[in-house]
Design a protein around this ligand. Sequence first.
Ligand code: DGY
Length: 324
Amino acid sequence: MSARPRVVITRKIPAACEEDAVKHFDATINREDVPLSVDQLKEALRTADGLLPTVTDKVTADVLGAEPLRTKIIANFGVGFNNIDIDAARVRGLTVTNTPDVLTDDTADIGVTLLLMVARRAGEGERHVRAKAWTGWRPTHMLGTKVTGKILGLVGMGRIAKAVARRAHHGFGMKIIFHDPYPPKPEEAKALGAEQKGSIEEVLREADFVSLHCPATPETRHLINGERLRQMKPGGFLINTARGDVVDEAALVAALRQGVIAGAGLDVYEREPAVSPELLAMENVVLFPHLGSATLETRIAMGMRALENLKLFFAGQPVRDRVV
Ligand code: DGY
């Protein structure tokens, strides 16, 4: 048996991370790059000292029930860890880590991209040109909604929300309002031109654009439901770069159809990679395939951060990003 810890990496990762992984670990990397089955995940837990899954691997209580359990640490490739049953991991005595910080800016950039695209009808306009349907400039052609000076409402005010606020306030002169049960310090909010509201409802009622930045937990599942969508301004836009579960996708489809809100920019979906077929047919939505952290630089940084957590753990040192 190799003296180096045995680690299973569930998907292809950037080359620099692969090199680092094979240098430090007896690493098995799923270069096929298709999701591992439940049985394959269980087998990994039975045979490896560490598991490096991604945010799409469902490490459920059933998977974590694998016997005999050899794995001691799950180093998630992602900041979100709703793919892992944290309570079951705790019960099994596992350490779980994530990759915060390194993807904050890229995810904020994608949030702002969605906001601009949906407001200015950029996806629709691009399709129009490619379809050779454009007949030329005219004063009333494809009019969108002005962004500069509008009100951006943030649901959740963690790292990514603050990075969005910074861009929106300092870049587009937007007024920022937010709700978070754990708000930032007043001076931090002030620097972002951000005003705290006492409830999500207040944010929904006042904002022209609502951007979601809360984690996916049982409490936040369908936080944005039909009732809350109806509290938004009729000309309002919803942006989701957080997790699909936070929005009731069927209710969102209904709200868009009925003109309850003006449009949506989505990077995440309730049943990824499936997207409601109704959304695919709507011009007033912009749809990305979970691109938040998808730059080479950031994906390398995420992989390195997950590997760093594994290295620290196997060296008997405190991990950097402990979730459990
Ligand atoms: C994460 O890390 O949670 C992101 O959703 C991946 O882009």
